[in-house]
Design a protein around this ligand. Structure first.
Ligand code: APR
Ligand code: PHB
Length: 397
């Protein structure tokens, strides 16, 4: 087998890259470890920056997000059980975000890929990548017990945090930066109408962080901060609803509709960046290169901007015969990555209870929240980052 770009991983990064390359006439094959159903079963965040919505449109999958996504003009901060709306659209000269689940994005991209007749090899075992430091990289894997080989011009490592691509880079060639947070998020998905359909609710309470999000007008996604060592079995639905209510303001707590969970899981929170994002003919994109804690929902949006930079660079390479774009990919992507890392870390630090900072850290957090909700400049800084910084590095320098 041979293709121009071998893409490892069929998450949002790999699927979006495949679609953008296909639109530009560049051949690609995706190799995915799991089955398509497994990939679609993962529940992840669901807030899209306008840049991401625009990219989905460019990739030919903009219709459903436009029809079914819910446009948000504000966010609600809850602090000391009191609600403080932040007028995101007013503070950013008209920008919005769209609530639309990552699962739906993935499904739309998978459907478009199938409709275009493009190859995705699912359930590929023992994937390994070779010779990306030379001019003829190769991907090897096992499917149905048979050993297979895919030759290509470039490898796109879109295989997430636990993937094989970053792990295949020689140790001395890569620098990793990491921060692990001392708590987790317990998430619940339920078919109940969201308590807030016009804005995501971020609650800082003395009991810990709480978040109210949505997947549609009939499906809610809610979270509470919990000890990282907690097990899902310790959290009955009743305990979860009770805890979430206690972290909100009284009116919202009263209004919240509860019901049986259809998914419940505990996720760790991590900030992580690997530098650089290119090694010869291997590029990393999305979670393979960086992780943000979910506060602010930047993960999918960063994956989308990486993929935009990478597809532009590859299109330049194939159509204009210049490697300037691929040479600049890592610098360009990392500039935006670090800004989103900063924002996600900041919002996480602002909204959670930290077990070890009951003294000074706690007081500073309170002062920062007071400043944020009372200062237009501080609110605007939050709003500007929430809607997403521009793609053009020159504009965000
Ligand atoms: N070989 C092939 N595929 C692999 C391998 C491997 N060795 N290891 C992992 N994969 C696949 C995973 O099964 C997964 O489907 O790579 C895919 C990576 O997808 P994601 O983890 O969703 O990462 P990405 O596409 O970069 O999407 C980023 O996902 O985690 C969220 O917050 C994050 O929203 C962001 C988005
Ligand atoms: C979600 O919908 O899962 C979500 C929304 C906003 C966040 C994090 C997660 O900041």
């Amino acid at each position: 087998m041979r293709t121009q770009v071998a893409i490892i991983g069929a998450g949002p990064s790999g699927l979006l890259l495949g679609q953008l390359l296909h639109k530009a006439g560049i051949a690609n094959i995706i190799i995915e470890r799991q089955s398509a159903d497994y990939v679609l079963g993962r529940i992840r965040a669901g807030i899209l920056e306008q840049i991401t919505v625009d990219l989905l449109k460019e990739a030919g999958v903009g219709a459903r997000v436009a029809a079914e996504g819910t446009v948000h003009h504000s966010i609600e901060l809850v602090y000391r059980n009191t609600r403080h709306p932040i007028d995101v659209t007013g503070l950013t000269g008209g920008k919005v975000v769209t609530a639309y689940g990552q699962t739906e994005v993935t499904k739309d991209l998978m459907d478009a890929r199938a409709a275009a007749g493009l190859t995705t090899l699912y359930s590929a075992a023992d994937v390994s990548i070779h010779d990306f430091d030379g001019s003829s990289p190769v991907v090897r894997f096992r499917q149905d017990g048979e050993l297979k080989e895919l030759a290509c011009d470039f490898i796109a490592g879109c295989d997430g945090f636990h993937g094989v691509c970053r792990a295949s880079v020689p140790e001395g060639a890569i620098t990793e930066y990491e921060k692990v947070y001392p708590f987790g998020w317990l998430g619940v998905l339920a078919d109940v109408p969201p308590v807030s359909t016009h804005a995501i609710v971020y609650a800082n309470s003395e009991r810990g962080f709480g978040l109210c999000s949505m997947r549609s007008l009939t499906r809610s996604r809610y979270y509470v901060q919990c000890p990282i060592e907690d097990k899902v079995e310790q959290w009955s639905d009743d305990r979860f609803w009770d805890e979430l209510r206690r972290r909100l303001d009284p009116e919202m707590a009263e209004r919240m509709v509860t019901g049986p969970s259809i998914e419940k899981s505990i996720a760790p929170l991590r900030s992580f960046v690997a530098e650089p994002m290119r090694f010869g003919r291997l590029f990393l994109a999305g979670d393979a290169a960086h992780i943000v804690p979910p506060t602010g929902a930047k993960g999918l949006n960063l994956a989308a901007s990486d993929v935009k930079y990478l597809s532009n660079a590859l299109v330049e390479y194939y159509h204009e015969r210049t490697s300037a774009g691929i040479d600049d990919y890592s610098r360009k992507a990392l500039a935006r990555v670090w800004r989103a890392e900063r924002f996600s870390w900041w919002l996480t630090s602002l909204m959670h209870r930290f077990p070890d900072t009951q003294g000074f850290g706690q007081k500073v957090q309170e002062a920062e929240l007071e400043y944020l909700v009372n200062s237009e400049a501080a609110s605007r800084s939050l709003a500007e980052n929430y809607v997403g910084l521009p793609l053009d590095f020159a504009q965000i320098r």
